[in-house]
Ligand binder design. Structure first.
Ligand code: AMP
Length: 189
């Protein structure tokens, strides 16, 4: 089974490229952001805990995330693979993911790191705010999310490199081109 991690700064296109990979290869898709927003919408106990963090642009504490992730992953074990979109976001989560996969006889197949300039990211997120109305897509919270990304998630690049699973993709202005590059890479695994 393929276990694909897709990661990059807020607005880097994780959701878009995950959807393209789902369409091409029939993978299951875990978007931790979507899972959390669904919990908030359903008004669950977990939803009430996480809302404040998301609205502030902060990460949800690792222990909540790891429990959520294992539960969702176990419901997807009969498919061709899983895309992890938005997880891990910290070194603790990355280690937990590695352990969780190991316990199930699995491992990370590839990590897709998306490089996009900060100007493009901000422009995309502000455009998305108008279309989707996400509470955390306003300029102030976006800036906090960038900071959180560089402090807590960016160091994962080095971690994934050491694990021998890092593959980097740079957005050069053409979404279809980067989608093709990513699909070609995954097809060659
Ligand atoms: P996203 O939709 O991936 O941009 O996630 C939106 C928000 O959900 C983030 O800004 C965090 O507050 C929270 N979140 C999503 N995934 C994680 C994660 N793996 N760890 C902690 N918080 C997360």
């Amino acid at each position: 089974m393929d276990n694909i991690v897709i990661f990059g700064a807020p607005g880097s296109g994780k959701g878009t490229y995950s959807t393209a990979l789902v369409k091409e290869f029939g993978y299951n898709h875990i978007s931790t952001g979507d899972v959390l927003r669904a919990e908030i919408k359903a008004g669950t106990k977990l939803g009430k805990i996480v809302k404040g963090y998301i609205d502030q642009g902060q990460l949800i504490p690792d222990e909540h995330m790891i429990d959520i992730l294992a539960g969702v992953y176990d419901s997807m074990l009969d498919g061709p693979g899983v895309i992890f979109d938005g997880f891990p976001r910290t070194i603790v989560q990355a280690k937990a993911l590695k352990d969780m996969l190991q316990e199930r006889g699995e491992k990370i197949t590839i990590t897709i790191n998306l490089n996009v300039s900060e100007d493009v990211l901000m422009e995309r997120l502000l455009r998305r705010a108008k279309i989707e109305g996400r509470a955390d897509d306003n300029e102030e919270t976006i800036k906090k999310r960038f900071k959180v990304y560089y402090n807590q998630t960016y160091p994962l690049i080095e971690w994934f490199k050491n694990e021998g699973v890092l593959s980097e993709f740079t957005f050069k202005g053409d979404t279809n081109l980067i989608i093709k590059e990513i699909i070609d890479k995954v097809a060659s695994l």
